[in-house]
Design a protein around this ligand. Sequence first.
Ligand SMILES: *Cc1c(COP(=O)(O)O)cnc(C)c1O
Length: 387
Amino acid sequence: MRGLTAGMNVDTQHNAVVPPIYLSTNYGFDGLEGRPPIDYSRGGNPTRNQLGEALATLEGGAGGTITSSGMSAITLLVEALVPIGGHVIAPHDCYGGTWRLLDTWAGTGRLTVDWVDETDLSALGAALTTCEDGPVHTDLVWIETPSNPLLRITDIATVSRLAHAQGAAVVADNTFCSPLLQRPLEFGADFVTASDTKFINGHSDVIGGSVVSATAEGAEKIKYLANVIGVTASPFDSWLTLRGLRTLDARLRVHAENTGRIVEMLTGHPAVTAVHWPGLPDHPGHRLAQKQQDGPGSLLSFELDGGIDAVRRFLDGLRGFTLAESLGGVESLVCHPFTMTHAAMSERAKADAGVTESMIRMSVGIEPAEDLLACLHEALERAGGIS
Ligand SMILES: *Cc1c(COP(=O)(O)O)cnc(C)c1O
């Protein structure tokens, strides 16, 4: 938990409890030989560095780089780890933006990508190629666990072992858990990335991302390239995110309490045909989640009886939950992955990933549970009314 208070009570000038924000873009040299440790804010900034150190501490890594968005963190990692024409294995049900980035680059010849159900280890083994198999060997295995929107759980330790045996690097997208619920580096991943837009900032007012590296060499490489490409975050966004991080532990405890109660209602309701949440004993990834996570998290999806018409009735007049993309903020959200977060995926890709028209994804917020339950009850009665 040390990382949650990173940067507090360290100001020597005024004894400020909360760290000041450094907006300056440049820093003076002390003569020709006197380059300051930080000279220009694209490469380094005291406020942004504090956030990087905080996240590296929480993830148990050697160093952290803070980027302007989750997508720029992903771009940075692919640039760092995949040569031109290189091979990437990514989950078939990964975040829509990751899918679009890799699909776009596959289209331009920048890289080749295989979409694999990484919960199926034999499928993963078949997709991994080594130098002996031909001119291309796998450079990068991308993990995202739990997945979106079905909350499938990928075995980070086993996938990392298989990937490393073939010489591929492993990145885990830890957006859904945050380091308080899951630390992929402990299970063998080389890098962990997150959209800090979600739980880490937690207040839905900053777009940001991060990369934490297992080794000092990895951290140095990422830091160097982030400056080269120019994807680092602004000081103000970093300061806000650091402020949000202070309450991550407290927020997660309320998220967890509310989610447990909502899942209980959903699983018992006749309008609901399926609930996908790793905390449920019948979820296929339940035991694995217990092994590698410190809690099942507050993202879930469920399916309504009656397809898209039931979804419309559920959403029409819904109170308490905003229909919006994104997740991990203090406010409760629902979204319809088929037409919203996963709309960029082809029909085929959606079918393979199990994204159906009758599915609703929920990001449970930290409002009073009784209010959320009352609003949900109302919407489910409406959804189930006509079938
Ligand atoms: C939101 C998200 C991203 C992208 O992050 P942005 O901050 O929106 O660029 C990447 N991965 C996952 C799992 C996400 O939920």
